[in-house]
Design a protein. Sequence first.
Length: 394
Amino acid sequence: MEAFFRTHTYLVEHTNAPVRRTLMDEIDWNDRLIGIKGSRGIGKTTFLLQYAKEHFDTRDRQCLYINMNNFYFQGRGICDFAGEFYRHGGRTLLIDQVFKQPNWSKELRQCYDYYPGLKIIFTGSSVMRLKEENPELNGIVKSYSLRGFSFREYLNLMTGNNFKTYTLKEILSDYESILKTILPMASPQKYFQDYLHHGFYPFFLENRNFSENLLKTMNMMTEVDILLIKQIELKYLSKIKKLFYQLAIAGPKAPNISNLAKDINTSRATVMNYIKYLAEARLVNIIYPVGEEFPKKPAKVMLHNTNLQYVIYPMTFTEQDVMETFFVGTLRKDHKVNVGQKPGYYIIDDKYKFRICDANNRKVRYSNDVIYARYHTEIGKENKIPLWLFGFIY
């Protein structure tokens, strides 16, 4: 136990979260069992350590961070360890990468039942379906998703500001007033392209090659998050990777499921399942027409965020593709996103009709029943809103 406390103290003391994540204030920390899901590379470990730093003195032994990567846990279960921690006065156990432990959900249930004074906060992959695939956690776990940096968080980091979030409703009803609070303090256009290229994953702050780091992360998403958690045999890994690459270089469009099945030598149903797994790993987004959903064929498959587009070669995407990917990725956090009837159009929450377009394109014919999210501009007018502002939704 002493070794774990020494590691905890070192990690917390050396944690430097450059941006305080919005999720920190959205979680009800009074709950006894809290799960934080997210894809690789978006800062789940830092998030746990930042929580410990904000709520406990580093010498306070009521809180302890552990990582299931430690080989120690190959011979000792979570519940057994939690019991010892609890008997020595521990009250908050932070468990990183919980899915690395066999029978982790049953162990968490035992902890919940045996130690009523113990709070457990754990992280896991976005691929995990906490309640659907782990019925023993139904009714006791509160699940949250941590995402990569929003444009707002990135802009705050780059400029030293502390811009607040805005709901979609607030943006649609009063965006001109919102712009007046932002534009005197910063020029979003100066930072927007850099964010699209490398601002989503916090590890861009590390002194390493961003593209190589992101490629490594993407491989880990398929090799560990999908294969391990979905219990898929290793021999199928190459098919999943090839499918992902084919989808990536095809750009945002409706996939040809028959051709993809032929390319990777598998069935149409398997292709659809693999696409779903890629979406759960947050490598792609699947978009349907209004009223349709999985397992129907999607109307569009696009990469999950714009940073992924810049590490796929050959680069086949257009600027319009990038801007649509940004819009969809941002809105999907809290809203239902469907494709519209024309290219560049999307339906949000079954009622708002959006078009993503270039503010410099004079061929755009504007309509009163459409909201235009426009790039290459910092300002707006009437139903024309700058695209970057939707990056303030979280």
